[in-house]
Design a protein around this ligand. Structure first.
Ligand code: HEM
Length: 501
């Protein structure tokens, strides 16, 4: 036998022994946590065989199995710890070892946006958060209110009165237009309307699905392989169009600044997100990072509000009593067919309770991922291998009977101050919590309240006969946000004008 063969055999033995030892070590760590039966190496991979994008979330919930304490599952050596107890959630969210976003799930977002604040970590994230924060000051949000109001009215004219239809598409158009007018350019140019908006809407249709499509198909985990598929190429083409449009916009804005339209003029008017980022002279973000933020925002800002409003309309269609109270409040605060103004928002208290309750039972983001990316850690007194994923299960915490009376009941009044006292801080976190919480929570609330306050006086939301009669059992799928498989079907029935209106 030649020396080369001997050397190869020795190397192969070392690698094989290392792999076996690593998998025995991993298996020991995995089995220390409670969970459904799993196989060595494959883990719970078989539980996802044949799953479609619509039922992966359900299968993940099946592997959690309602366990109060940490539950685990694994896929090909990737350990997932499902954390549902609010005390445990607090430990993950605040823990110094578990601050990073997990690789699982978030790595697929990076295909669209490598440098967006949802996925980046450490100093890079801090710089982005600092640059983005001025765009979310409450004075600026007040200035966006007329956009929210106009777009809410436009949404009300887009629904198909008296006809059962999926409301998600028109909600997406409305959210995308609002996002566009607050983040990119204040007014819809005809170029934006005809060329850019359709691309943005297609990005929103296609990109979220890809995340789950890849998450449980190991053969398309490497970007290099995924980019060879027709889907991978299609997404790249779409994103190139978005990049071209935003870069052009950024260059036009810069020329305007250079031509002497002073910074003050823009600040006084109503700067968009992109303008704020470009005017940051202390530590400007590179163009590529700004473009990546805009792409990640489409998911973070648009899909989440679409999801939340979709669940809310579906629930309202089953609850005429809640609609009556909303109508009474809106009529008192805004007046019939009036504009929803910034000063109305804090007074729309019942409307806010309805949205909060909808986000409790049907959170737009039911799970988020954190990771001990760089070093092993311990959790619950057990060893957690480096790079494991902590799946923070907001869906479970929001329905935990130890923290919620009649948790499956849709009851907006549980948000009355006197009924909210003493509630665990981490039993409810639809916008996440801690330093990496949602930067757009107030923006989202303002937009969603405005939309409800505009639609409810114009239409009664009626149910369709699709068998979904209880919000607690609505079927739920999840990609970047939660959604009802097949869409949210309701009927918007025009209300008869009353003598007073
Ligand atoms: C109902 C609507 C919304 C919900 C339920 C929601 C929920 C969340 C959650 C749970 C996170 C944490 C994600 C994670 O840890 O991986 C998050 C992060 C984020 N959200 Fe929202 N969001 C909403 C609307 C918005 C809007 C309107 C914007 C922007 C205009 C926005 C921008 C962001 C950004 C940039 C992050 C990343 C923050 C960071 O890591 O610094 N979101 N959101």
């Amino acid at each position: 036998m030649s020396a080369a063969v001997l050397l190869f055999a020795a190397l192969a033995t070392v690698v094989a022994s290392w792999l076996i030892l690593a998998s025995v070590k991993f298996r020991r760590a995995e089995l220390a946590f409670d969970g459904e039966p799993s196989l060595p190496v494959l883990g719970n991979m078989l539980s996802f065989l044949g799953a479609t994008e619509d039922d992966i979330f359900g299968r993940m919930l099946g592997l959690w199995g309602g366990r109060r304490h940490v539950a685990r599952f694994s896929v090909l050596g990737r350990l997932m710890l499902v954390v549902s107890d609010p005390d445990d959630i607090e430990k993950v969210i605040r823990g110094k070892d578990t601050q990073s976003k997990s690789r699982f799930f978030y790595e697929f977002l990076e295909y669209f946006s490598k440098n967006g604040s949802v996925t980046i970590n450490g100093g890079e994230w801090r710089a982005h958060r600092k640059a983005l924060t001025p765009a979310f000051h409450s004075e600026l949000l007040d200035k966006y209110q007329d956009v929210f109001d106009e777009e809410a009215k436009a949404f009300a004219t887009r629904v198909r009165p008296g006809e059962a239809h999926d409301v998600l598409r028109s909600l997406r158009t409305g959210s995308a237009r609002s996002f566009f007018r607050t983040s990119l350019v204040t007014d819809m140019t005809s170029e934006a309307e005809q060329l850019f908006l359709p691309v943005l809407l297609e990005v929103l249709e296609v990109c979220p699905r890809i995340i789950l499509h890849r998450a449980f198909r190991p053969w398309v985990w490497p970007d290099a392989l995924f980019s060879l598929t027709s889907l991978g190429r299609h997404v790249r083409d779409l994103l190139a169009e978005v990049d071209e449009f935003t870069l052009d916009l950024m260059n036009k804005f810069r020329s305007k600044l250079a031509a002497g339209a002073g910074e003050d003029a823009f600040i006084k008017e109503r700067p968009t997100l992109v303008e704020i980022l470009l005017q940051d002279s202390d530590s400007p973000l590179p163009d590529r990072h700004i473009m990546d933020e805009l792409i990640i925002f489409t998911g973070a800002a648009i899909e989440t509000t679409v999801s939340s409003l979709g669940w809310t309309f579906k629930t309202l269609s089953l609850r005429p009593d809640v609609q009556d109270r909303l109508l009474e409040e809106v009529t008192g605060v805004v007046g019939p067919a009036g504009a929803v103004l910034p000063e109305h928002l804090p007074r729309l208290e019942y409307t806010e309770r309805v949205i909060k309750e909808s986000l409790r039972l049907m959170p737009a983001i039911p799970l988020i991922g954190r990771s001990n990316l760089h070093a092993p850690t311990t959790f619950d007194g057990k060893h957690v291998p480096k790079g494991s994923t902590f799946l923070v299960n907001m869906f479970g915490a929001h329905r935990d009977p130890r923290h919620w009376e009649e948790p499956l009941k849709f009851d907006p009044d549980r948000w009355l101050p006197e009924r909210s006292q003493g509630r665990h801080r981490y039993a409810y976190m639809p916008f996440s919590a801690g330093p990496r919480n949602c930067i757009g929570g107030r923006y989202a609330m303002a937009y969603m309240k405005t939309l409800l306050a505009t639609v409810i006086p114009a239409y009664r939301v009626d149910p369709v006969d699709d068998g979904h009669t209880d919000p607690a059992t609505f079927p739920m799928a999840m990609d970047v946000s939660s959604r009802m498989p097949g869409g949210v079907h309701v009927v918007f029935t025009p209300r008869q004008p009353t003598a007073s209106s």
